[in-house]
Design a protein around this ligand. Structure first.
Ligand code: AMP
Length: 436
């Protein structure tokens, strides 16, 4: 055993270890918003018959190279890729559509016939330049409907997302919509686009000069300010759609209109991943500032085949949970300031047992309760209840023990009511309206 005089004293100040750049701790009360977002998302997804899937965070690098595309920003410069000890190349998933489709193929879900509707929630990793709303570890809530190319799937998914935003009291958002065609019509468009790019290439940013040759569609994604007027003048995919894609696009637009879902056509919305076909869409919130896309997705009718599976047309989206939480934070910030629903203030050791029993009974009903484990005078107890922002304080002293009726003090109005012990739960439930 070490003797105390043998323990070396630390004279140098040890520098605290910090979280990695672009990652962050989610702390209370922000975590309450995240819980609220996730609960509502699960509820809405379940209502539309989606079922949860949980796939690994680690995947083979080839999965993303083949699906997202070698020349996308994600694959070419943002992935966290490393050689495992047995030299296999692994990647922390930058998105989860590819993983979901891999799992769909691996578990032969196509054999079950019909539509497979899956959803997921979890962290994604992209080595982007961090800023507000953009992180290197960020979270997505996504869903995929596999096994049909019917435009009603696209419409229904967008309807579901609008419902989710409404349920979360998100007020101002814009649904942007486009079609990127299919392998039949896109080559013709790409030829025209390449041709148009030849004339303006020299005036574009360095990345776009490269993209103009390797993957011209990606030029449309460019965010560089100076490139925008040039990109604005480029030919539009919508003018080159084949009859089937055109019909599909019209059906999606008609479906949205008949459901009175507002949208705006966005001819440049190709999204940063190669697997998209036909519908692409995004929902933006102006409250978010520069990183204003709160969610995005689209159709990927060839992805299953790209990953070695059978034909399985699909439609999916991913919500940026960090961004949605930022938007939702504003609308429910007031409720977040609330502490537990009840604080049990017991006076005198004799009341402790009854106080603990009451706290336990209420907690079993899911009611948020705090109780002190130290004896306190009434005044200090009420002071603690107020510091914790408890909505009610339940006072149990000698008199209350005798009468079997407890004092319930409404901490917002100061009003005090005597309630039978077995009525307390009902009283709290009836007199509190809160979303969290
Ligand atoms: P994507 O997977 O690129 O289609 O993105 C879908 C959604 O995820 C976007 O609309 C954003 O809300 C969110 N997202 C993408 N990248 C990031 C990031 N680096 N940080 C935070 N959210 C992100």
């Amino acid at each position: 055993m070490l003797k105390s005089d043998n323990i070396p004293t630390v004279s140098k100040r040890i520098e605290a270890v910090q979280s990695v750049k672009g990652t962050r701790d989610l702390m209370p009360p922000e975590t309450s918003v995240w819980q609220r977002v996730e609960e509502e998302a699960r509820r809405v997804l379940r209502a539309y018959a989606f079922r949860e899937i949980r796939t690994p965070i680690l995947e083979s690098t080839a999965l993303f190279a083949r699906s997202v595309g070698e020349d996308t920003d994600i694959v070419s410069k943002e992935m966290y890729t490393f050689q495992d000890r047995d030299n296999e190349s692994l990647t922390l998933r930058p998105e989860a559509t590819a993983s979901a489709v891999r799992a769909y193929i691996e578990h032969r879900l196509f054999n079950e016939g019909g539509l497979q509707k899956l959803y997921y929630m979890g962290p994604m990793f992209r080595r982007e330049r961090p800023q507000k709303g953009r992180y290197r570890q960020f979270y997505q809530i996504g869903a995929e409907a596999l096994g049909s190319d019917h435009p009603a799937i696209d419409v229904e998914s967008m309807e579901m997302l609008v419902l989710l935003l409404e349920q979360l009291s998100v007020q101002e958002f814009t649904l942007l919509l486009n079609s990127v065609g299919c392998p039949r019509c896109r080559p013709e468009y790409l030829k025209v686009l390449r041709h148009a790019l030849e004339d303006v290439r020299a005036n574009l940013c360095r990345d776009c000069q490269r993209r103009a040759v390797t993957n011209p569609l990606r030029v449309l994604d460019c965010k560089v300010e100076a490139d925008q007027p040039i990109i604005e003048q480029l030919p539009r995919m919508a003018d080159y759609l084949c009859p089937e894609c055109r019909q599909h696009f019209e059906a999606v637009k008609d479906g949205l209109e008949s459901r009175r879902i507002d949208y705006r056509q966005a001819p440049r919305l190709v999204r940063g991943l190669d697997y998209y076909t036909r519908t692409t869409f995004e929902i933006t919130c102006s409250a978010l500032g520069a990183q204003n896309a709160v969610l995005g997705g689209g159709r990927y009718d060839g992805l299953s085949e790209m990953l070695g599976g059978p034909p399985a047309p699909g439609f999916g989206f991913a919500i940026g949970e960090d961004r949605l939480a930022l938007v939702v934070m504003d609308s429910i910030a007031k409720q977040l300031e609330l502490g537990p629903l009840a604080y049990v203030a017991w006076i005198g050791e004799a009341a402790l047992g009854s106080a603990e029993n009451l706290a336990r009974a209420l907690r079993r009903q899911g009611i948020s309760v705090e109780i002190s484990h130290q004896p306190m005078k009434l005044k200090k107890s009420l002071g603690t209840a107020s510091k914790l922002a408890a909505r009610f304080a339940i006072i149990i002293g000698e008199g209350e023990l005798e009468s079997g009726r407890y004092q319930v003090k409404d901490m917002t109005t100061g009003q005090q009511t005597e309630i039978e012990t077995n009525q307390i739960e009902r009283y709290l439930q009836q007199n509190s309206a809160r979303a969290i």
